[in-house]
Design a protein. Structure first.
Length: 393
């Protein structure tokens, strides 16, 4: 598929650039982490859209919205939900070699609807679906974090998603089931001498986030998503960097979410923690931030016990404190890279610290996403995402 993509790239490059500009301008970058910043790519226009513009209720007419809990049906819900404006398949994980060399990885594939209406069926190139991919690898020993981005229309096989057999892809970046169902999963991505080829045999059943899978992000009707997570997935395979190949194993986290609008007025960004503790518990918490930086009351999360029991977390039950910050020399943005997270009711008092401070994703959308170590009342590893830490001039 990659070879085919190379052969036809010259035919659609200019159209893809126009689609990027159109999508970014129309939807405020139209995807999960709008950080309000420009692109690292020279052919993508600079933007400064707000999260509220991108994920609020404007431009939602004609799309389906998440109003109430719904039954989840698998494998159907692993596939696309094209009546909603935004959707993503989101993998992060921590991997190690036999000698203990550590890597963090991220592969996220986004589907972005450009219109709620089905286009005329007069060209194989015509589609209302745009796909964007983010791929990143953190090499802890080398002290390097590399991030890449792709765009393609969901047409002529360049990008797409399906439920049976499950597959989501953007050229040769893909997450796909090897057989019927969803597991085992094959994960692959390669760019500029950096690649991952991973297998995820399976794991515990998914956790339905929020209210039976309805994750409300504000008090405004319809500002919500459908959201479920596979919180602890054994992972094995290879990582290749600059011609050197490593056998690795570790654990991944898979998030699935789709929506049309989520954030309400006054909400500007968020901090998202996905932590796998060594005692077998998994913790997810996202703090929605208001204009003043404080936690919005719709911030929430879960703790999953080793026996599968799930305890919901509210904004009132979690305390977050920034301990250290790092300022990007490339962008001037300042991010908290060490946090204290406390859940007194669960006897959790931990620190989540970035394995490398510089895990900034300097792409069309700028944000921080990277591997963290956990210490304190429990140890472990995980991933942290932070948006809207742009320092305004």
């Amino acid at each position: 598929m990659r070879g085919r993509g190379k052969r036809i790239r010259s035919a659609y490059d200019s159209a893809a650039r126009r689609a990027r500009g159109t999508t970014i301008a129309a939807l405020g970058i139209a995807v999960f982490f709008v950080a309000g910043c420009g692109s690292g790519a020279p052919d993508v226009p600079q933007q400064d859209a707000s999260v509220s513009d991108a994920l609020g209720g404007e431009n939602a007419e004609g799309y389906s919205r998440a109003y109430r809990p719904r039954p989840f049906v698998f494998p159907d819900d692993h596939g696309p939900h094209e009546d909603y404006r935004n959707e993503w398949w989101y993998l992060t994980g921590n991997l190690t070699t036999e000698r203990g060399r550590r890597f963090g990885y991220q592969l996220t594939l986004f589907r972005i609807a450009l219109s709620p209406e089905t286009p005329a069926d007069d060209s194989l190139w015509r589609t209302r679906q745009l796909y964007m991919g983010h791929f990143a690898l953190t090499d802890v020993e080398a002290g390097k974090h590399r991030a890449f981005e792709r765009f393609s229309r969901g047409a002529i096989g360049l990008a797409g998603a399906r439920a049976e057999p499950f597959r989501v892809w953007l050229e040769d970046w893909s997450i796909s089931a090897k057989h019927d169902g969803v597991f085992p999963l094959a994960v692959q991505a390669s760019e500029e001498k950096v690649s991952v080829q991973l297998t995820i045999p399976g794991g515990p059943p998914p956790v339905l986030q929020g209210e039976r899978g309805l994750s409300r992000k504000s008090s405004e009707l319809g500002n919500a998503s459908y959201y479920y997570s596979y919180t602890r997935l054994p992972t094995e395979g290879t990582v290749e960097i600059d011609g050197e190949r490593f056998r690795v194993n570790g654990s991944s986290w898979l998030d699935r979410e789709w929506s049309t609008s989520v954030l309400g007025a006054g909400q500007t960004g968020w901090d998202w923690f996905a932590l796998q503790l060594d005692d077998g518990r998994d913790l997810m918490y996202y703090r929605l931030r208001g204009a003043g930086g404080g936690a919005d009351s719709h911030s929430q999360g879960i703790i999953r016990a080793p026996d599968g029991r799930v305890t919901p977390l509210s904004s009132a039950s979690v305390t977050l404190k920034e301990l250290e910050t790092w300022t990007s020399e490339a962008t001037g943005d300042r991010y908290p890279t060490s946090w204290r997270l406390s859940v007194p009711s669960e006897e959790i008092d931990i620190e989540a610290r970035a394995v490398l401070p510089n895990q900034e994703m300097r792409l069309t959308v700028r944000y921080w996403e990277g591997a963290v170590d956990v210490s304190g009342s429990a140890s472990g590893q995980g991933y942290l995402e932070m948006t809207r830490y742009k320092i305004d001039p």
